[in-house]
Structures are given as structure tokens and as C-alpha cells.
Write a protein that binds this ligand. Structure first.
Ligand SMILES: CSC[C@@H](O)[C@@H](O)C(=O)COP(=O)(O)O
Length: 374
């Protein structure tokens, strides 16, 4: 990422645009914005600068796989499916940059780009899933010419993007039937259009339920420390005219006790073979509360988030991010100098606390998720 992007909190008129290029995935999602796009020529990646939402809506322009990796690490783009799509587009940039006609040289360059992208964030399996798919394609077309390889890699990124929007729509239709006819549904973090190719997983379920005529209002946990709920979920639902209110994370238990919350639906970063679910830190606490109060707790995720190679949640790597992201809010330090904050960015909700998982392949009890592998 060049300096403009690394330091992307201020206005950088030379490096930013206000709208993404048109793409088939964007058209399919129905939104006016997109977390990640590849330019029509395949030479630039546009990321919606999510760290500046809800105040500023702009895109940073990236020209190399390493810049895309830095955008993922720094959370310019975030959300499991969206970082997988961004990584696939990063691999398209790498294929374009690999000018060599030598197949081995090309493969070495692609492996190197894949390793950089894969290392950007450890928990969401969609990232390594997308890199693996790109490397498999690279191995199959390494002997072709540079232009052909670059075109094929760009097409793969666009297909992964389009498929993700279609998966969101499919799981949305499925999950909508499980939503209450009316009342409040709680969600945690942002599992919406901003976290996916478009439409969203958990928010896709909510959108589909509302499109089907259900009178749902949304309670969005603010989701400390990055505030994905307050900043992102509230932003995208407000754009759609959905009734949304934000809760400080500590408020959900009280509202459940009062009977105000009818269901919980969240996304996932990785689902293990036994149905344990890694998702944004705080999800486990919400699931425990839901169990205690007899409230259904649903997870919506594309099949690319299901990791059958990981037997259970204890084997899922949990990202630890910087103390500063917890300690400093809006530029102000909220704890004494010299005191460190803990920052596990994800937690694991045991399968026993999950009512059902919705994927594009169908709905399943968490313990039966492997059945959908076909
Ligand atoms: C459809 S996205 C589901 C998850 O990726 C989402 O809930 C989440 O935990 C995102 O974490 P983030 O740290 O913002 O990348």
C-alpha cells in the first residue's frame, strides 16, 4: 500500500474515488456500494475505506497484491467473505504483474503473493480458501501466456465475488423463514453487504425476511472495539430504510430478560467440522445469554466459511490485535498510560449454543454441518 493508503484516515483526493466501478456482482447485490471491486481492466483493486464509515464513503485504489494484503490487515476491508474476495482480486493483480513467460517463475510469484495475502489475518478461513483456489488455477494455466493468465485470474476473482452474492441471497431466503413475523432481532458485528460480496449473511437473512413482509426491527450490538455494529451495520441498514437501533454490548442481556429480543442472527469467520463457530469477539457471550433466555441463536455463512479440515473450535486460530485498538477511542486514550488492553478479535461459540446454521447449501443443526458437504 502506498503512503496514501497506509495512512488512510485523512482525505487523500488523489488516491480516492467516491464510487466503485460497475460490476456484475454489484448489480446482483442491489447496493450502491461494494466492499471490494476489480477495475474493468484488471489492473486496480478498489476497497471501500470501512475505517472511515459512517462519516466518509470513499474508495482507496490499490495496484499490487501486497497493497491489498495491507488493506486486509489494516481492516480497510473486513468481514470473512469480503476479505476472501479482496484476496482473490489481489491474486489477479499478482498474475498481471508476473510478466515472465516462464511457468516456474510465474508459479513462484503467485505463491509469494498468496503467502503475503494469506498472512494478513488468520481467523477467517475465506482468505486462505480464496488464495488456495487462485493457486490451483495458477498451477493449471502456468504454461499459458501472461495476458491469458491474468485474464483468467481476474475472471476467477469476479466469479468468487458473484458466487458470494448469490450465496448470501440463497441463505437469506432460507434463514428468513426462521425469523419471527415481527419484533426485534439482535445481531453482533457486521455481517452485511460490507462484510461480503454484497447483501450480507446475517443481514441477508434479515433483509430477506423484511422483503418477505416480516415486520422486523434490528438491534445491533455496537461491537467493541472496532464498532462494526454501530458504524457499519447501522449505516447499511439505515441506507435500506430498515428500523435499526444500536446497543452497547452490555445491554443485550437486559433486553433479553425483558422479552424484547425474539431471535439472534450472526455471521461467522470459520465453522469447524463439529459446528463450533468462530465469530467476532462478544458473539459467545451473546450466545450464552440467548441459551439462558431460550432465544434461538442462528448463524448464517457461505460454504467458503465452513472448514471441514478443522475438527472443532479449539483448533481455530484466534487473531490477537493491538492493545491500542481497544485503548484509544476517537483519538483519545481511555486507560492510563502504561496499562495494556487485551484484544482477542474473535471468540468461539460451541455448537451446543447454536440453534441452526444457514448456508447456500441448506440449513443444518451445527453438529450436522458436514452433511451439507454432499
Ligand atoms: C459475513 S461476515 C461474518 C464475520 O466475518 C463478521 O461477523 C466478523 O466477525 C468480522 O470481523 P472483522 O474483524 O470485522 O473482520
Amino acid at each position: 500500500m502506498n503512503q496514501d493508503h497506509r495512512d488512510a484516515r485523512g482525505p487523500h483526493p488523489m488516491s480516492s474515488t467516491v464510487s466503485p466501478p460497475w460490476s456484475p456482482a454489484l448489480a446482483l447485490s442491489g447496493a450502491s456500494y461494494s466492499a471490494a471491486e476489480l477495475s474493468p481492466e484488471g489492473d486496480q483493486v478498489f476497497l471501500l475505506e470501512q475505517r472511515e464509515l459512517p462519516g466518509v464513503e470513499r474508495y482507496v485504489t490499490l495496484g499490487t497484491a501486497a497493497e491489498v494484503a495491507e488493506g486486509i490487515r489494516a481492516m480497510v476491508v473486513r468481514g470473512a467473505p469480503a476479505i476472501g474476495i479482496a484476496a482473490a482480486y489481489g491474486m489477479a493483480l499478482a498474475a498481471r504483474a508476473a510478466q515472465t513467460e516462464d511457468a516456474e517463475g510465474y508459479l513462484a510469484a503467485m505463491r509469494q503473493a498468496g503467502a503475503i495475502l494469506d498472512a494478513a489475518r488468520p481467523t477467517a478461513v475465506n482468505l486462505s480458501w480464496a488464495v488456495r483456489r487462485a493457486l490451483a488455477l495458477a498451477a493449471s494455466h502456468a504454461h499459458q501466456g501472461g495476458a491469458e493468465r491474468a485474464e483468467a485470474m481476474a475472471a476467477l476473482g469476479r466469479a468468487i465475488h458473484r458466487d458470494d452474492v448469490e450465496a448470501c441471497r440463497a441463505m437469506g431466503r432460507l434463514g428468513a423463514a426462521h425469523m419471527p413475523d415481527e419484533g426485534a432481532v439482535l445481531t453482533h458485528c457486521n455481517a452485511g453487504a460490507l462484510a461480503t460480496g454484497g447483501y450480507g449473511t446475517a443481514l441477508g437473512v434479515i433483509r430477506a425476511a423484511i422483503e418477505a413482509g416480516k415486520r422486523i426491527r434490528v438491534l445491533a450490538d455496537e461491537t467493541r472495539p472496532y464498532l462494526q455494529g454501530a458504524r457499519l451495520t447501522a449505516w447499511e441498514l439505515q441506507k435500506d430504510g430498515v428500523n435499526v437501533e444500536v446497543l452497547a454490548d452490555s445491554m443485550a442481556g437486559w433486553l433479553m430478560q425483558r422479552g424484547e429480543i425474539k431471535a439472534v442472527v450472526v455471521g461467522a469467520d470459520r465453522i469447524a467440522r463439529n459446528g463450533d463457530v468462530a465469530n467476532k469477539i462478544g458473539t459467545y457471550a451473546v450466545a450464552c445469554l440467548a441459551k439462558h433466555h431460550g432465544i434461538p441463536f442462528y448463524v448464517a455463512a457461505p460454504w467458503s466459511t465452513v472448514d471441514l479440515a478443522t475438527p472443532d473450535g479449539s483448533a481455530i486460530p484466534i487473531e490477537e490485535r493491538s492493545s491500542e485498538e481497544v485503548a484509544v477511542i476517537g483519538g483519545k486514550r481511555m486507560m492510563p498510560e502504561g496499562v495494556r488492553a487485551r484484544h482477542p478479535a474473535f471468540d468461539v461459540t460451541p455448537a451446543a449454543l447454536v440453534t441452526a446454521i444457514f448456508t447456500e447449501r441448506g440449513a443444518a443443526a451445527p453438529g450436522e454441518i458436514a452433511r451439507l458437504a454432499g
